[in-house]
Design a protein. Structure first.
Length: 110
């Protein structure tokens, strides 16, 4: 699966299933060091429900592209985070990750 398609699928799932809020910032880091930073925002007025826009804001893509595995860190407007991993099969899988924004006992000094 192409990285951009995977990012849109992941963000769409987090918006609909987990209540993530726009804007969402995503960092994608590949095994070969390629990186891409993407911002997802609300669409223009009149867009269909569930729509969003995306813009790649920075990155360093090598000639060979993004080599798997690719780790994808997603942060929403409230500070919630999720980590996904896209392996050679191309199917993104969410990885368990502590979410300090939701944890009432999180220690900000640790």
């Amino acid at each position: 699966m192409e990285l951009e398609t995977a990012l849109h699928r992941i963000v769409g799932q987090l918006l609909t299933s987990e209540g993530f809020r726009l804007p969402i910032h995503v960092a994608s880091l590949a095994a070969n060091g390629a990186s891409l930073f993407t911002r997802f925002e609300s669409p223009p007025p009149g867009s269909p429900p569930g729509a969003f826009t995306s813009e790649h804001v920075s990155g360093d893509v090598h000639d060979e592209g993004f080599l798997a595995p690719i780790h994808i860190l997603v942060k929403d407007a409230t500070g919630r985070i999720r980590l996904a991993r896209q392996g050679p099969s191309g199917t993104p899988v969410f990885v368990e990750l502590a979410d300090d924004a939701e944890s009432p006992t999180a220690d900000p000094t640790s």
